[in-house]
Structures are given as structure tokens and as C-alpha cells.
Design a protein around this ligand. Structure first.
Ligand SMILES: [Zn+2]
Length: 333
């Protein structure tokens, strides 16, 4: 028997629950409940992969990661004919859908029910993951209720919601609720690292997360946005020869800030030489085009000073001093 995996962070309770189940005990519908960003959908996807994996196993949890079914679960979007994932509001509609699972873009509740009545492509189960489930109308909810009242064989439906109280009581009473707790700070850190955030960002994001990866990502984005905004403000003030009120440069922000400055300077040089060329900093293109031209040896010298600043950023030289050197270089260009 090949080695089986179940690669989720945290969710110890749900994991224990499913690990104790035999195939026969698997219900036809589950509601994964808990706050946003605590791994409900990821768990649902891993469970779906487990249920569809061709490797023989005792229970329902675990996949080998190498069979032809698992191969379809690699990457961000899954294209498995027996796995259907849909996010958000289910409407009701009569649109004809393609025969296979995996055409989930504009799914309606009626499509879902129709899909559920179809045969499995591979002769195994069919798994449906409805993320952040919400129903546009009572009518849409009723369409799904019919499925729950007379579930077809070999179908597992997983709904996720952060607001289980908004599910119709008639639906809620027919599904098994599995609660997902918030992540620990260390778990959010681990997930952010897996998402290729550097150690500093992972730490910052985890500390602001309140146990939710969604919140951590939003916090990091805001942090990044506000850094970029202050670098841009500082840049235009420096070019104008004003002493900027605040410096953005700290040990934590130096690398990213210098990258932003470099992009702006490159755009400045490009805009000085060529009229029709698109700039990288689209939001500030007009302002950059209005700057006095930066060409020739002066342009080369400024770029060299930015390279030098990036080199200094990897040494012990203080961030404030490096920021000041860059400001002077820009002002004198
Ligand atoms: Zn497999």
C-alpha cells in the first residue's frame, strides 16, 4: 500500500472526526462552519482528493498524491470530472450545463442538483464543494433541499460557511456540522511561509491574523499598499526638491521600498526618452510624464546610486541613512 497524506495545517478536531469514519459511515452532506480563513475549503479539497484517490485505504482520509485522480488535484484550480467546486451565491437557473463536473463558473442550484444526479466519470464517488455557500432565493435553497431529502448514491456534498445561522433550518438539520477552530499564530505563520511569504512578513501577518489566514493576507496587503503609497509620495517630493515630511525607510521596509523607488526611477527615465511607451507604475504615469526629463549620464548615475543603496541595505548601515542618500541622489538628478 502506498503512503497516504492529508496535508492540512491545524483543524485537529475535524481531522480526528473524519479519521474515525469508515467509508460506510460517510454522510452525504456536511457543513464546515467557522470563521473566514481558518482552512475550511482547503480541508474540503483535501477530503475530496482523499475520497477520489485510487489508492486503497481503510477509512476516508488520505491520498497517495501520485495516482491519476490525484494528478488532477495539483495546482490552484482542480479539474477533476468527479469534483465540482463552487464559491458563493447559488442562484436558480435553467441554463444547460456541460455534462462533466468542473464547469463551475456560473453554477445555479438547479445545475448542482442536475450534476449530482449524473454518473461518476471514474466509477467512484462524486464530490461537491460549495464554498461560502449562500442562496440567492428560497427557491434556490429548495432545489438543494430536494437533494438532501433524497440523496443519490455515491455523492458527498461539503458546504462551507462562516455564518451557519443563515442556512435554512431545513437544510441545516439535514447536514452534519463540523466546526473549524481559529488557527494558532504559529499555524498562520506556517501557512504564510508555505504561501512563500518571507519570515518577516509571515511573522507580521500571523501577529495581525487573529487566527484567520484571510485576515493575515488582508493585513499584509494593507501594509504593502501603505508602504507603496508613502514611498510614492516621498519620491515625488524628493524629485521636486522638497524635504519629505516622513521617511518610509526602516529595516523592515527597506528592500521593498527601494524596489518601488527603482521602478519609479526607471519609469521616469523611460518617460523622458520615449513618448508612447507604457510605464510600469500605471497609477502614477501622468505625474511621471510631467517630471523634468532624466536622461543620459544623469540617469545612469541615479540608477548606479540605487544599486549602491540596495547593496548597502544588506549591510549594517542604518535604514534612515540609506533613505537619505537615495533622497539626495534623486533631488540632485
Ligand atoms: Zn491518489
Amino acid at each position: 500500500m502506498s503512503e497516504l497524506h492529508f496535508d492540512v495545517v491545524g483543524a485537529e478536531g475535524p481531522r480526528r472526526y473524519f479519521e474515525a469514519l469508515s467509508r460506510r459511515q460517510l454522510a452525504h452532506a456536511y457543513a464546515f462552519t467557522g470563521p473566514h480563513g481558518v482552512g475550511k475549503k482547503t480541508f474540503g479539497r483535501r477530503l475530496a482528493q482523499s475520497l477520489l484517490c485510487l489508492a486503497p485505504k481503510e477509512g476516508v482520509v488520505g491520498y497517495d498524491g501520485v495516482c491519476s485522480s490525484c494528478a488532477l488535484f495539483r495546482g490552484e484550480s482542480v479539474h477533476h470530472p468527479d469534483f465540482l467546486e463552487h464559491d458563493g451565491v447559488l442562484k436558480i437557473g435553467d441554463r444547460d450545463v456541460a455534462a462533466g463536473f468542473g464547469e463551475g463558473d456560473q453554477l445555479s442550484a438547479r445545475d448542482v442538483v442536475r450534476q449530482l444526479s449524473m454518473q461518476s466519470y471514474s466509477g467512484g464517488m462524486r464530490v461537491l464543494l460549495l464554498g461560502d455557500i449562500d442562496f440567492a432565493t428560497q427557491h434556490a435553497a429548495n432545489a438543494l433541499l430536494k437533494f438532501l431529502e433524497e440523496p443519490p448514491q455515491g455523492v458527498a456534498m461539503i458546504m462551507t460557511t462562516a455564518t451557519p445561522g443563515r442556512l435554512l433550518a431545513t437544510i441545516r438539520s439535514r447536514v452534519i456540522e463540523v466546526r473549524f477552530p481559529r488557527f494558532s499564530t504559529a499555524q498562520v505563520h506556517e501557512i504564510l511561509t508555505r504561501l512563500h511569504y518571507g519570515d518577516k512578513d509571515a511573522e507580521l501577518g500571523a501577529s495581525l491574523s487573529g487566527g484567520s489566514v484571510t485576515r493575515a493576507l488582508a493585513a499584509l496587503e494593507t501594509e504593502e499598499e501603505s508602504l507603496r503609497a508613502s514611498v510614492v509620495r516621498w519620491f515625488f517630493e524628493s524629485v521636486a526638491g522638497k524635504s519629505p515630511q516622513d521617511s518610509w525607510a526602516t529595516r523592515e521596509t527597506l528592500d521593498e521600498g527601494l524596489e518601488t523607488v527603482k521602478t519609479l526611477v526607471r519609469d521616469w527615465i523611460v518617460a523622458s526618452g520615449h513618448d508612447g511607451v507604457a510605464l510600469v507604475s500605471i497609477d502614477h504615469a501622468d505625474r511621471i510624464r510631467r517630471l523634468k526629463p532624466l536622461r543620459g549620464p544623469q540617469a545612469v548615475a541615479l540608477l548606479a546610486k540605487l544599486d549602491e543603496a540596495q547593496r548597502l541595505a544588506r549591510t549594517n548601515v542604518s535604514a534612515a541613512l540609506i533613505g537619505e542618500l537615495v533622497r539626495m541622489a534623486i533631488t540632485s538628478s
